[in-house]
Ligand binder design. Structure first.
Ligand SMILES: [Zn+2]
Length: 261
């Protein structure tokens, strides 16, 4: 499931391949992926170019030289592919932007939990979606993070999974951040002390930045990541304890039974 680091990868991919090329046509393969009528999408992009890319949480926005931005969400299986040879078209392409230069940008999504949308203004869209701050936004600091924690109750994992609190974290990287911070996923939010909040905040950022950098290099994650050891009974790469499995926020959760308290 694409989380913030993967969507950041798609944003960089779109920015490095698909900007500043005139869009000749929209090849819609499955209308279910659109939140808008096909003709509106065509009117908004044909004859225009993508100009810049912005990401907030798991949402990607591509500006056009018109009045609207393309808005993509990747659901569980969304991805982008840019290619010239039509034989490289992804199997589950739902919308393909055909450029005048003969290249194509396909939005693919096997399971159709993502969507393709148009918006006038990303900031307005972020507000309408009720999204919380993006954890990598430089304007989002420790004070703001503490503020979010102080107004909530319930398990820390549930809080970090809520897109209206912080946008972009999902099951894997929430587990990872709690693992790195030695905090049990069920710990009540109001039971965290100031030092734990600080550690958690900096680990969230460090993990996201590290994963983004590794993805960009095509490198695997470190073996010391919980992501690489998500199996019940596995040995904890941090302390040698035993990895346990439970369900929090309706999601399968892994944690170390020894060092996460
Ligand atoms: Zn451990």
């Amino acid at each position: 499931v694409p989380e913030l680091p993967e969507v950041e990868g798609y944003a960089r991919y779109l920015a490095s391949h698909a900007l500043d090329q005139k869009i000749a046509r929209v090849d819609l393969r499955d209308e279910r992926i659109l939140t808008i009528p096909k003709r509106r999408l065509e009117r908004a992009v044909i004859g225009r170019k993508f100009r810049s890319v912005r990401r907030h949480g798991k949402h990607l926005f591509a500006s056009t030289d018109g009045e609207t931005w393309l808005h993509l969400h990747f659901g569980m299986t969304g991805d982008l592919a840019y290619y010239i040879d039509p034989a490289k078209e992804p199997r589950f392409a739902r919308v393909i932007f055909d450029f005048e230069n003969g290249a194509h940008l396909a939005y693919e999504d096997m399971r159709l939990f993502g969507y393709v949308d148009l918006v006038r203004d990303p900031d307005e869209s972020i507000r309408d979606l009720g999204l919380g701050p993006d954890p990598l936004d430089p304007a989002f600091g420790l004070r703001a993070f503490r503020g979010l924690l102080s107004r909530r109750r319930g398990a820390i994992k549930s809080l970090l999974m809520s897109q209206d609190v912080i946008a972009g974290l999902g099951n894997l990287y929430v587990d990872e951040a709690l693992f790195r911070s030695s905090i049990h996923p069920r710990r009540p939010v109001d039971g965290l002390d100031a030092e734990e909040a600080r550690t958690l905040f900096s680990n969230i950022r460090r993990i996201l930045q590290d994963v983004i950098a590794r993805h960009a290099r095509g490198a695997d994650l470190s073996r010391r990541y919980l992501v690489m050891n998500r199996e019940e009974g596995e040995r904890c790469p941090a302390c040698g304890g035993t990895i346990k499995r439970t369900v929090v926020f309706g999601r399968t959760t892994y944690y170390c039974g020894r060092h996460q308290k």
